[in-house]
Design a protein around this ligand. Structure first.
Ligand SMILES: Nc1ncnc2c1ncn2[C@@H]1O[C@H](COP(=O)(O)OP(=O)(O)OP(=O)(O)O)[C@@H](O)[C@H]1O
Ligand SMILES: [Mg+2]
Length: 389
C-alpha cells in the first residue's frame, strides 16, 4: 500500500501563557473542562492520531469549539503543537524551516475558509490568480491557469467581473478556484461551504466531488454538518472537547456510532440514504450450491432454508433452486436478479420488495458477496424511523 499523505501522532494543543505548564497539563490527562476550570488553559486538541491517504476527502466534524480548526492549523503549522507530530509526504513538519513552510503553504497546501476573503478591487480572474502571483508565476501563465480553474468551477464567463457583482455562492467558487489554481496536492477547507444556503452548498459539494473525480487531491474538510460529511467524506473523524472520538467511513459511522455524542448528529438526518447494498447484506443467510448433483443440492438444503443460490466456479450467480430440486437428477435453476454492492438503499428497497426470495448481492465482477431479504430492508427502514421520533 502507498504511504499515507498525512500521518498525525499524539498531536495536541493546549492554549495558555506558559508552554511548560501547558505540556504538564496535557500530560496530567485532564479533560478540557477540568483543565479550564482549574487553570484557565484551553485544551484545543487532545492527542489526535490518524493518517490520511492520498486522494481521500477526510472530514473533521464536531460541535463548535471541539478543536477542528485548531487541528487543521496544527497540520499546516499555523499553530505550534504542545506535543505530537505531523508528517506530510514522509516529512516531519516540525523539521521544516519557516521559510520553506511558507512556500509549502503557498504551493502545495491550499486553504479555503468560510469567508471568501476576495479582494474587492480586483477582478474574479485576478483573485483566482492571486495564489500563483504570490508564488511568483508570471502574468500570462497565471492568468491562463486561473482561467482554466474558473472554467472548472463554472465561472469562466465572469472572469472580468468584480467580486461584488457575484452572489455569495459564486464568490465562494472564486475562493475555491484560487485554492485550486496553485494545483496543491493537499487542500485544507475549513467550513468552506458553511455560509452558503442549502442549495448553493449542495452545488459546491457537487463541484468538489466532480473535481475530485477528475483529479484526485487529498482534502481535509472541516464541517459541523453531518449530511455534508456523509456526502463528501471518504472518511469522517468526529471530535469532542479536543479528542477524536471516532474515525470511520460514512457507513461505519452510521452503522456503529461510537457513543451518544456521535449518535446525536444523526437527529433529523435520514442516514439510511447513505447506506448501500453492501452495508445491508447478510453473508451467510442463504445456502449456496456449487454443483448441481443431487447430493450437493440436498446437502445445501438440509436445514430449514426454502431455496439456495447456485454459483458457478467463479462464484457468479447462475440462479436459485428450491426444495423441489432435492433428489432430482437435473434440477431446474430459476433466474434471480442480482444487486450490485454499491446500489443505494432506494434501489435495494424497490427490488427486494418486488421479490419473494432474498436477492444476491454481487461485486463488480459479478461474484457473490451476500444476500438481502425483505426483513433486512424493513429493519434498516424502521431503525431509522424510530431514531427520529
Ligand atoms: N488562539 C487561541 N487561543 C486560545 N484558545 C483558543 C485559540 N484558538 C482556539 N482556542 C480554543 O480551542 C478550542 C477549539 O477551538 P477551535 O477553533 O479549534 O474549534 P472548532 O471546532 O473549529 O469550532 P468552530 O466550529 O466554532 O469553528 C476552543 O475552546 C477555543 O476557544
Ligand atoms: Mg473552526
Amino acid at each position: 500500500m502507498k504511504a499515507p499523505k498525512i500521518v498525525v501522532e499524539g498531536l495536541s494543543k493546549v492554549f495558555g501563557p506558559n508552554p511548560k505548564t501547558a505540556r504538564d497539563l496535557l500530560m496530567s490527562g485532564a479533560t478540557k473542562d477540568e483543565m479550564f476550570a482549574k487553570t484557565g488553559y484551553v485544551l484545543g486538541v487532545n492527542k489526535a492520531s490518524f493518517s490520511v491517504q492520498e486522494g481521500e476527502i477526510f472530514v473533521l466534524m464536531g460541535l463548535s469549539g471541539s478543536g477542528k480548526s485548531t487541528l487543521i492549523r496544527l497540520i499546516n503549522r499555523l499553530v505550534e503543537p504542545t506535543a505530537g507530530k505531523v508528517v506530510i509526504d514522509g516529512r516531519d513538519i516540525a523539521a521544516v524551516k519557516r521559510s520553506e513552510l511558507v512556500s509549502l503553504r503557498r504551493t502545495d497546501m491550499s486553504m479555503v475558509f468560510q469567508s471568501f476573503a476576495l479582494m474587492p478591487q480586483r477582478t474574479v480572474l485576478s483573485n483566482a490568480a492571486f495564489g500563483l502571483e504570490v508564488a511568483g508565476v508570471g502574468r500570462k501563465e497565471r492568468e491562463q491557469r486561473a482561467l482554466a480553474v474558473l472554467e472548472q468551477v463554472g465561472l469562466a464567463a465572469f472572469a472580468q467581473k468584480l467580486p461584488a457583482e457575484l452572489s455569495g455562492g459564486m464568490q465562494q467558487r472564486v475562493g475555491l478556484a484560487r485554492a485550486l489554481a496553485v494545483n496543491p496536492s493537499l487542500m485544507i477547507m475549513d467550513e468552506a461551504f458553511s455560509a452558503l444556503d442549502p442549495l448553493k452548498r449542495k452545488e459546491m459539494q457537487n463541484v468538489l466531488l466532480q473535481l475530485q473525480k477528475e483529479q484526485q487531491r487529498t482534502i481535509m474538510f472541516v464541517s459541523h454538518d453531518l449530511e455534508e460529511a456523509l456526502r463528501i467524506g471518504t472518511r469522517i473523524a468526529i471530535m469532542e472537547g479536543g479528542r477524536i472520538v471516532q474515525i470511520g467511513t460514512p457507513q461505519e459511522i452510521i452503522s456503529h456510532p461510537a457513543d451518544e455524542y456521535v449518535r446525536a448528529f444523526f437527529d433529523g438526518v435520514d442516514t439510511s440514504r447513505y447506506l448501500t447494498a453492501g452495508d445491508l447484506m447478510q453473508r451467510e443467510a442463504v445456502p449456496l450450491v456449487h454443483a448441481l448433483d443431487p447430493k450437493s443440492v440436498a446437502a445445501s438444503l438440509n436445514g430449514s432454508a426454502d431455496y439456495a443460490f447456485v454459483l458457478d466456479a467463479q462464484r457468479r450467480i447462475s440462479g436459485f433452486v428450491t426444495r423441489d430440486a432435492i433428489g432430482v437428477a437435473q434440477p431446474s435453476v430459476r433466474k434471480v436478479e442480482c444487486i450490485s454492492l454499491a446500489a443505494p438503499l432506494e434501489q435495494v428497497v424497490s427490488r427486494v420488495c418486488a421479490n419473494v426470495t432474498a436477492l444476491p448481492v454481487v461485486d463488480e465482477e459479478g461474484r457473490y458477496c451476500g444476500s438481502i431479504d425483505q426483513a433486512a430492508v424493513l429493519k434498516v427502514i424502521t431503525r431509522n424511523r424510530s431514531a427520529h421520533v
